[in-house]
Design a protein around this ligand. Structure first.
Ligand code: FEO
Length: 618
């Protein structure tokens, strides 16, 4: 029985999910399954975008047959010839003998390699920027070589502003009834799988992925339809900004990934001590036993974190087998721009450390710290100072040569300030948080400005109607979390659209992080955190201006800060135009539209709770 999903009036998802596949491409575990996406565009001419893997061919044919109905299939666009998207090609030609295959020259070569049927007479070759008009829709072909195979191309529907992106922007994981990324908690439940998909499938080809991003940046894209995973119709910047980071090999976060290979637990023990030392200094850590965790997860984590530690016992006079495989895998995926520390172990003739160094030295922009630790069988008290030195050497390479402060650490240890944090400021949008007794609260502000460098002071302006303002007047302390372009509208709803006087704005929120001043901050969709103490409050009528001295500051991510303009263009929902012939008023805060000739004087926006003063006539 068919199971299709409507995307637009003209576009239907006719793909299928596979939850039985153990290893994608024979090497990547897919514990949450995988989707093979195929799309049918119905117009005066009907167009199918790619097919599916042979494992789900039957369901795909049922879906296509249902979505087509009595229509004829005119074109099959082959964007990618990897068999998980082209296995049903021959079946399509048998079922629809008049269908024309749209592809490029490289694809044609591959069709001939994979299949034996006569294809030449059935193919229409396209090149860069060629177009195909199907009636209402115009399709533009854009070559994307090596994202992920040389023949890959993507297609842009300029009518509906949809990018059919082939492997780009894909994700592991079956769709579980949803089709759009905004139907699920993508950051929480799928971002790891998106990162694992990108880094392992396309990671080697960062330059080519960047080239595709550059081409795409000139297009107005309102929806992305990849060959795996969810369709993006909202917050596209969320995934595009991740691709920009991943393809540039810049780390997403400052922190340390520790991968160890340990036969009897002694090498592991050394890494546990190192991780503990780093955590004591407030450094984020993630640890992997390379003999247990699939390499694809560790490769993915290596793309995420800024610092990598490899610890391996010596085995057969070389690197332990699983660690050796990981090191080669990372090099094959072009890992670069990382700081690396190495620990080796050997009961006699330790070699693993120098061999790891030799392999990683071939990678670009890898800084390997000098003070390698060499263990003989097990770590001894006398070597604890070496671990302390390694932790210090790692921390010394963090921005500003200072680690983020451990949460809730004593005030005496909380005076470290990273100068880079200042570079994250813009006329942008920020979550301002405060704490009074047991009450946590926060609001959105758009004015944070550095005033002086020595002492390092900022000013913030806060509307006096905000409960957070009252709390700061009382306590004299606050945190600023600098929001990024990946910020979603629900963050603005949570902190900006109601008062904390009668609600708990953190209820149901998974941001439980606190800075050294014990005030909460927002660790996601942000790139920096600043704690400050008020040195001068100035009353400006509707607003309070607080001049404050920074007591703690650290960078959270490399994502670009969101600007006020970006928020309005990309994050804030667009006002729905009132139905034809009707008049209305639009809320300037959240975009809600009230339909009617006259706005009642006491009207309150049902979405953001702002009054008539914030509405304007359409
Ligand atoms: Fe899902 Fe490169 O194919």
């Amino acid at each position: 029985m068919h199971c299709i999903k409507k995307i637009t009036n003209d576009l239907t998802w006719v793909g299928a999910n596979d939850r039985r596949l153990a290893m994608f491409e024979g090497v990547y575990s897919v514990p949450y399954g995988v989707s093979y996406n195929s799309y049918l565009l119905c117009d005066e001419k009907n167009v199918l975008f790619d097919t599916v893997d042979k494992a789900v061919q039957q369901r795909f044919i049922e879906n296509l047959t249902e979505a087509l109905g009595n229509r004829k299939l005119d074109y099959l666009i082959v964007q990618h010839m990897e068999p998980d998207h082209s296995s049903a090609l021959q079946k399509i030609l048998l079922l629809y003998p008049d269908v024309k295959i749209i592809c490029n020259e490289k694809t044609l070569v591959m069709i001939k390699q994979f299949y034996d049927f006569d294809v030449k007479s059935r193919v229409q070759i396209v090149t860069e920027n060629d177009t195909l008009n199907t009636g209402k829709h115009t399709l533009h072909f854009v070559m994307a070589p090596m994202v992920h195979w040389p023949e890959v191309m993507v297609t842009y529907d300029s009518t509906d502003k949809i990018l059919f992106s082939a492997d780009a922007f894909g994700c592991f994981g079956a769709l579980n009834g949803a089709l759009f990324a905004d139907e699920v908690d993508f950051d929480k439940d799928y971002m790891n799988e998106a990162r694992r998909y990108y880094t392992n499938i396309v990671g080697k080809y960062g330059t080519q992925a960047e080239a595709l991003l550059n081409k795409a940046s000139s297009l107005k894209i309102e929806m992305i339809c990849p060959l795996h995973g969810f369709v993006w119709r909202k917050n596209l910047k969320n995934i595009i900004s991740k691709y920009a980071l991943w393809s540039s090999y810049e780390p997403e976060e400052y922190g340390v990934m520790i991968a160890y290979a340990s036969v009897y637990g002694n090498t592991e023990n050394a890494t546990e001590i190192l991780a503990s030392r780093l955590r004591d200094k407030g450094i984020k850590t993630q640890m992997f036993d390379v003999s247990v965790t699939p390499a694809s997860e560790i490769v993915s984590a290596a793309f995420r974190w800024s610092h990598l530690v490899f610890a391996s016992t010596t085995y057969n006079a070389g690197i332990f087998v699983t660690m050796e495989a990981l090191i080669f895998d990372l090099a094959a995926h072009n890992i670069q721009k990382r700081t690396v520390a190495i620990i080796e172990n050997g009961s006699w003739a330790a070699t693993s450390g120098s061999l790891i160094r030799e392999q990683l030295s071939k990678c670009r922009e890898i800084k390997i710290l000098e003070n390698m630790i060499s263990i003989e069988s097990s770590i001894k008290t006398t070597q604890l100072s070496e671990i302390d030195s390694m932790a210090a050497a790692i921390i010394a390479t963090f921005p500003g040569s200072a680690a983020p402060i451990k949460k809730n650490s004593a005030p005496a240890a909380s005076n470290i300030v990273q100068q880079e944090t200042m570079f994250k400021l813009s006329y942008g949008l920020f979550v301002l948080t405060a704490r009074d007794g047991d009450k946590d609260n926060g609001c959105i502000i758009n004015t944070v400005t550095q005033i002086t460098a020595s002492p390092l002071r900022i000013s913030i302006a806060v509307n006096k109607a905000n409960f957070t303002c009252d709390m700061i007047i009382k306590t004299g302390e606050f945190n600023v979390s600098v929001l990024t372009e990946s910020a979603t509208f629900d963050i603005f709803e949570r902190f900006g659209f109601h008062s904390g006087r009668n609600t708990d704005k953190f209820k149901g929120c998974d941001c439980n992080e606190r800075a050294a001043n014990n005030i909460r901050y927002v660790p996601k969709h942000t790139n920096a955190m600043i704690s400050a103490k008020v040195v001068q409050p100035i009353d400006y009528g509707t607003h309070m201006l607080f001049i404050a001295e920074i007591t703690q500051a650290f960078v959270i991510s490399n994502e670009p800060s969101v600007t006020y303009q970006y928020y309005f263009e990309h994050i804030k929902p667009k006002p729905q135009a009132p139905k034809e012939g009707k008049k209305g008023f639009v809320c300037k805060i959240c975009g809600y539209v009230y339909e009617g000739d006259k706005l009642p004087g006491d009207y309150i926006c049902p979405l953001c709770k702002h009054g008539v003063a914030d509405f304007e006539k359409i």
